[in-house]
Write a protein that binds this ligand. Structure first.
Ligand code: SAH
Length: 485
């Protein structure tokens, strides 16, 4: 099927994508996206999906628009499902219309998926409603950009509007906008806000009046993308501001888990208003080993990955009927529940050794106990067998590969905190750094004792250690850390 979806991706916050937009991303063989699209959104695409970045500094770039049109047509004619992702809404200064003309000419089918436009949502995220009872009964959205051949707005008419005025792409012409509005009669004390990188963790709001805003914007070095909003509604911000109060607002947190888990973790970080930088430093792969569980009396799991891989390898679940099952912690517990198995025991402390000790209450002297784990998990089966009078057997069914990112230092320049959820990720980080030193301004958070030990073994400081050794436990700690700062 040849089809192009022209999709609005919203203003920046990943969750402001529509369900339909998400479906179009998941279906796509090829995605063409621009500068304003949150890169996290791209993680929703299939792994084989071709991602093409065609950004433009601003929307005046006619040359790049031609290239975009050509690329979309070309990819669609190759029989691919193409999703054209645009910031905000495709038709609000998004040049979606020009792309449609090109598609029509090539007789290619298309659908348009509206997006949440920045013109209303970015003000929302800064606590400014575009209309409000008794304050603004309308709002008006303008481009602040003058196209080469185009004429400037009729400010005589605009200055007489009672509603809220919103200017997109207006930073370059801020001076002109403010002075023309005053020239035609808007009060110099009319409140103005400029919102930079709205709905992202880097959102910045600058406030002033028509008279003062140009100077303030210059001082504060405002950069695009930014929205200018003019009107009495701006005053409501002091009362309505909510986004900047989220616990991780303004913080950039690095997640180092394997790709799938990193993406899940990133989502949780962004829900708390933070920005997640995703750099998986480990990769999980099943190992080519057979399960031999017939004569085992108990089976122990110390990770979700262990449970998942175990069930991928198991061909008949009834073999587990007479086995006692132990798990190291709540996440592993929950993973087993997915397979309709209620573990018999879970130690209070999330440690492999405790798990082994507890298994004693569920088995007899000399019983064989399988410990399902990874290639590198430091479990001491021999020591435990001797001490506890059982026959502990390690079954290593998946491997954790380190991923080395040689330019990691560059990639994490803007990160405030690194989260480590395993010693392997710590090792991979250090190996990635090579000769370079860890930047001490970047704080380190650890999931628990073992990981902390690895971090410290490299001479690095641990700022936070989770009380409960789960991703959620770590996130709670990170949240508390920044809330109490
Ligand atoms: N189609 C988009 C607008 C594209 S024009 C939409 O509906 O939102 C690009 C302009 O949009 C930028 O110059 C800026 O004025 C505004 N903009 C888009 N995203 C923004 C954001 N996250 N924060 C502030 N302004 C944004």
């Amino acid at each position: 099927m040849v089809k192009v979806y022209i999709v609005g991706a919203g203003p920046g916050d990943l969750e402001l994508l529509t369900l339909k937009g998400k479906r179009c991303i998941e279906e796509a063989d090829c995605i063409v996206y621009d500068r304003l699209v949150n890169p996290q959104i791209l993680s929703l695409a299939q792994s084989k999906c071709e991602l093409i970045y065609l950004g433009k500094g601003n929307t005046q770039g006619g040359v790049i628009q031609d290239k975009i049109n050509k690329t979309i047509v070309e990819k669609a004619l190759q029989g691919k499902i193409v999703t054209r992702l645009k910031g905000g809404d495709p038709f609000v200064f998004g040049r979606g219309g020009e792309e449609i003309l090109a598609l029509n000419e090539a007789k290619i089918e298309f659908e348009v998926v509206p997006g949440i436009t920045s013109s209303i949502s970015v003000p929302s995220y800064s606590g400014i409603p575009v209309t409000h009872r008794n304050i603004a009964r309308s709002f008006h959205v303008f481009t602040g950009h003058t196209s080469k051949e185009g004429t400037w707005h009729n400010f005589d008419a605009i200055a007489k509007l009672e509603g809220t005025l919103v200017f997109l792409m207006g930073i370059k012409n801020l001076d002109l906008i403010a002075s023309d509005l005053m020239k035609y009669g808007k009060s110099p004390t009319t409140p103005v806000a400029i919102i930079e990188k709205g709905s992202t963790s880097k959102q910045r709001v600058i406030e002033g009046t028509l008279e003062t805003i140009v100077e303030i914007a210059k001082e504060q070095k405002v950069v695009p993308p930014a929205i200018i909003i003019i009107g009495e509604v701006v005053n409501l911000r002091s009362e309505f501001n909510w986004f900047e109060k989220l616990p991780l607002f303004g913080k950039n947190i690095l997640t180092t888990r394997d790709y799938k888990k990193s993406v899940e973790f990133a989502y949780e970080i962004e829900k708390l208003g933070g920005k997640a930088t995703v750099i998986p430093l480990i990769n999980i792969e099943p190992l080519d080993v057979e399960l031999d569980i017939r004569d085992a009396k108990a089976i122990l799991f110390n990770s979700q990955n262990g449970v998942k891989t175990f069930f991928e390898k198991l061909d008949d679940i009834r073999i587990l009927g007479d086995k006692k099952i132990g798990v190291v912690g709540i996440k592993t517990y929950e993973e087993l529940l997915k397979y309709k198995i209620k573990p018999d025991f879970m130690p209070e402390k999330y440690l492999g050794e405790r798990l082994a000790e507890e298994s004693v209450d569920f088995t007899k002297d000399g019983d064989k106990i399988l410990f399902i784990t990874s290639d590198i998990s430091p479990i001491k089966t021999e020591e435990w067998s001797e001490k506890l009078n059982r026959n502990f057997v390690a079954t290593r069914i998946f491997k954790t590969e380190k991923v080395i990112i040689t330019d990691i230092e560059d990639k994490i320049k803007e990160v405030d905190m690194i989260t480590f959820l395993s010693s392997s990720a710590v090792d991979a980080y250090i190996e990635s750094l090579g000769d370079k030193k860890h930047n001490p301004n970047i704080k380190i958070a650890s999931i628990g004792k073992m990981t902390t030990k690895s971090i410290k073994s490299y001479g690095l400081e641990v700022e936070i250690e989770a009380e409960t050794s789960t991703a959620q436990g770590l996130l709670t700690e990170v949240k508390n850390y920044y809330t109490n700062l």
